[in-house]
Design a binder for this molecule. Sequence first.
Ligand code: TRH
Length: 384
Amino acid sequence: MRWDIFCQIVDNYGDAGVCWRLARALSRLSSSSVNNVECDDSRIRLFCDDLNVLNVIAHGDAVGHGASLGIEVLPWSAAESPAILASVGDVVIEAFACHLPKPYIEAMIQKTSKKAPAKQPIWINLEYLTAEAWADDMHLMSSPQNNGLNKYFYFPGFTPKTGGVLLGDWHEVSSGGVTSSGFKSAPPSLSLVLESCRSRSKKVSVFHYKQAPLDSWLDSVNQAALAHGEMVDVFLCADQNVSVDTQRSLSSVGSAVKLIQLPFIPQEDYDYLLSVCDINLVRGEDSFVRAQWAGKPFIWDIYPQSDLAHEVKLNAFLERYFEGVPAEFRAIGMSAMKWGPASYWWPHLNAWTSHSEAWRQKLIGLGHLEGKILDFVKSQEISR
Ligand code: TRH
């Protein structure tokens, strides 16, 4: 089974982040043992139109690191080379409706017509994650193309009818186990900074968009922590900034909050950071999902869209996230997850943490995206 994943970078790191994680997860699944027999019959190729972004996420060397994980990382242009056109994938995943190169689509058609229709590649458009109800109906809907091929919409989501969310090597990362990057406890990029944290301090990671009200939020966290006699170490990830005024006031004597600047670190290391923090400020799609697997309180700074579609999306998620909880906790949680003042939610941090863990269990019950996509592919193979 050959899997070809196509990734075009729109902006930031999320497109590469999701595709890299998917490739790693599929590679991991395919090389896991069945009945104690190692089965490694899948080949995963990841085509990306900007390897620089992928490199940042993948230890500075996506090609080399990918090879060590059984993933062939290739530049976008390689998809038009004769070797690739002669060996198009059995499963072709276009991430976020990116446009496959025309010659590659031609080769998919050739593969279908030359041999039997059963050889038609299973073409999947991996869509954006949404908690909106319509994703239930759209998931796995097929879209017959004019050229005779068939494309399926794959919608990640939070219900049994959708495609789930990526799990990846979460269990090992969060327990500080041996991962692809080889660390047993904190990864090297984090061990010193984590050691420098104050004893029993609360830890917060920050990875947000520029328009988020971070300065006022940090100020309110500082006030709440002081009121409760606590200390808070805040990791500003990937060179995130706060205003000079906030820096000045939080570095003054008596401040509960201490700011710690972090460079951009490899994806597994970032995942580890989320697992050891008490609150995570995340954004986009991939860090948003990781924060959920961390089972810790988080604020989702959703990717802003000009038509305000993100507000609908955020509310749909929060509705699901707080479904069935007591009204009082729901009000507190809703406020907290919309940047409400810390004085309101700080006393309820433990309850918020328990709720986050319960949500994580719910996700486990739904099944992960990589498993579901594999099940779908198998069902297609069987039915033809
Ligand atoms: O970077 P993002 O804002 O990305 C995206 C893209 O903008 C995309 O176009 C948009 O569609 C999508 O958001 C919704 O946020 P995201 O998705 O959280 O991706 C960040 C990735 O970077 C994620 O895989 C985690 C990784 N990362 C690291 O590997 N190291 C780090 O130090 C940090 C902070 C993040």
